[in-house]
Design a protein around this ligand. Structure first.
Ligand SMILES: C[S@@+](CC[C@H](N)C(=O)[O-])C[C@H]1O[C@@H](n2cnc3c(N)ncnc32)[C@H](O)[C@@H]1O
Ligand SMILES: O=c1cc(-c2ccc(O)cc2)oc2c(O)c(O)ccc12
Length: 239
């Protein structure tokens, strides 16, 4: 029974949030895979055998990130939650040669799986990987006044119970007009479920995600749009 619940939960996370898997497949095959950089395809293939491959950013989410990064001409960015580096590589490919990403994750071993692909793509020089929990790094960055409003973009895809804490720090680091994206804000579709119906494997972040959604919607310092791409992404534009 437990295995069945886990399989259902995995299903919720894997098929995207569209009406059918065929529709998601159509979207990927028509508009995403044909345009995805070879290095991103390679990194996705490399990650697919990882026991936690489900954590990797979906290619459609990566494509949206690329579009937004290009739209705002992002140069300095923050990435919280690197894993094997799909969203990191998508960001590195989208920003200019002299752009810089501060990428934070306590797990360096997963980053090292993707690193050869990042090096081969010729974008490693844009990445400052910091092996750490994100909160102390953000606090340290804020101690230097030069970092206030110095970043154009941030992507948050890590421990969901800290998203509100990250939000408060990122509001000091990202400039007005800059963008912060929170991933997994629909958390496998469970945000509409009663607590008692949430599959056990998704229970861990159900409360923090539903609370984050209310927090962001009530925050007058940002303009938001929550979209059903990937596992749900909330795009925040700083006012
Ligand atoms: C969903 S994965 C990130 C996926 C990644 N964005 C990608 O495109 O593949 C979540 C990552 O958050 C990291 N993480 C967990 N707690 C963290 C924390 N306190 N600060 C920063 N990263 C954290 C995990 O080690 C894991 O690599
Ligand atoms: O299944 C997961 C798990 C996570 C996760 C677990 C523990 C952490 O400290 C951070 C993240 O994140 C996920 C994720 O971002 C995703 O898109 C799908 C699945 C999972």
């Amino acid at each position: 029974m437990e295995a069945q619940v886990e399989a259902e939960a995995a299903g919720l996370m894997e098929t995207g949030l569209l009406r059918s898997y065929d529709l998601y497949k159509y979207l990927l095959e028509t508009s995403v895979y044909p345009l995805e950089a070879d290095s991103l395809k390679e990194l996705r293939a490399l990650t697919s055998t990882h026991p936690m491959s489900i954590m990797g950013t979906n290619p459609d989410s990566g494509q949206l990130m690329t579009l937004l990064l290009k739209l705002i001409n992002a140069r300095r960015t923050i990435e919280i939650g690197v894993f094997t580096g799909y969203s990191l590589l998508a960001t590195a490919l989208a920003i200019p040669e002299d752009g810089k990403i501060t990428a934070i994750d306590p797990d360096r071993s997963s980053y090292e799986i993707g690193l050869p692909v990042i090096k081969k793509a010729g974008v490693e020089h844009k990445i400052d990987f910091i092996q750490s929990e994100a909160l102390p790094v953000l606090e340290k960055l804020l101690e230097d006044h030069d970092n206030h409003g110095a970043f154009d973009f941030a992507f948050v895809d890590a421990d969901k119970h800290n998203y509100v804490n990250y939000h408060e720090k990122l509001l000091g680091l990202v400039k007005p007009g800059g963008i912060v994206i929170y991933d997994n804000t629909l958390w496998g579709g469970t945000v509409v479920m009663a607590e008692s119906s949430v599959p056990a494997p998704l229970m861990r972040f159900w409360k923090p995600v539903t609370e984050l959604n209310k927090y962001l919607a009530a925050d007058t310092r940002i303009q938001i749009c929550q979209i059903p791409v990937g596992d749900g992404m909330t795009i925040c534009r700083l006012l």
